[in-house]
Structures are given as C-alpha cells and as structure tokens.
Design a protein around this ligand. Sequence first.
Ligand code: URA
Length: 241
Amino acid sequence: MPRDHEAQRLDRFLAAQLNITRSEAKELIKKRLVTVNGSTARLFDMKIDPDKDIVSSEGRDITYRKYVYIMLNKPAGVVCATKDELSPTVLSLIPPELRRKKLFPAGRLDKDTEGFVFITDDGETAHKMLSPKSHVPKLYYAELEHEAEESYIDRFREGLVIDGGEKCLPAEIEICEDRKKVYITLHEGKYHQVKRMAEAVGNKVVFLKRIKIGGIALDEDLPLGKCREILHKEIVNLYTK
Ligand code: URA
C-alpha cells in the first residue's frame, strides 16, 4: 500500500522515477533541464518532498510513484523469475516506462501457465498478498484432459489431499457446460497446485490461465505478453475476497 513519503535527494528521485542512472539524472540537472516548483534546480542533492513539490524534467511534470504495481498477462514459455539462463523472464516484458530496479514477480506461475502475474517493487504489499494468512483468492481457468465430474465440487470444497500427502485448503471448482473447462479458486499457493489437484481426482490440466488475484481481474483486452500499471488506488482491491 502506498505509504507516507519522506524528503529525497533530487538526483535520486529523478533516477528512480525516470528509470535512469544517477549520473544521467545529474546530467539533466547540470544541463538545467530540471525544475522544482517552477524554478530551475541547480543542486544534485537538493531535498525535495515528492508529495508536495512539483518536479519537472525536460518540460514534463513527473508523476511521483513510490512503488510500481504491474499486471502482466504472461504468455507460456516465460518464467516467473528475475533472472534465468535459458528462458525469457516476466521482467523482460516490462516496458521501459514501468521499469524499476527492484521489481519482482509476487508469486509464481509455471512456465507453461498463462495469465495474471503481479509485479511490483513494494515488498510489503507483495508479502501481504502472498501470506497464507491473507487468504487472497486466486482464480484460474483450466482445460482438462477428461470431463470434470460432479463429485469434484465436494472433493475440492472438502480440501483435497495431493501427491506427497499435502492437504489443500478448501477450494472451489465451477464446471462449464463444456465439462472439460473449469474455473478453480484457490486460497493458497502450493507448488503446481492446480495441476496436482487435477491429478488427485484422476484428471490432467492441459491448459491453465490465472485470471484474477483477490478482487483484481486480468483485463480481458490486455494481450498476452503485455502489461498495464495497476493504480495505487486499485491496490486495496487485491485483498478483496
Ligand atoms: N497451479 C499450477 O499448477 N500451476 C500454476 O502455474 C499455478 C497454479
């Protein structure tokens, strides 16, 4: 959640908000391209209050964001990691204007899973969202190898035991008219959980997409591989059940 902000050095502010290096930020100041409340800034270490001061660079006001929150529609083949030797990572799909140094995916989808990945540089919000205590529901759309049986509804609700003897929290499954298509809501995030739950009832997931986290749904018109910023005021919806 956005919190109160403290005074910051101007060069640091510019580097973080414009996703440039400190030297590039200093260069902008040196070239007299930065103003604070309408006056040309001259000192790299000038203290500014990001909440109150209007900083502008090359004639454009900078909208201050302490943290960035991003919705990515992850395609298959991309890994939820900050670095990977072999495959592209979700961070490589973030457009330059949203890039920040400390961004990371909060929670993981498998490499072959599509859909909503929440990416942020706000560790506190990510932790809260991921904490089992928060019970933030995650909604998945899955296609199964075999038709879903009516009995799955109770078995999911009662809490399935998946391979290795792990007991899942109660989950919901909604079966579509085409019974190979289901919507599954989980309230926790065990490794390969949807796939292992399908296996526990004798079925198999052939396609998986996460479509909602808490009260925030993946934008239907967000193409695969694209991101959109989640506004600070929308973030409270993450915790809506
Ligand atoms: N469950 C899975 O099996 N895979 C995912 O990527 C997410 C949930």
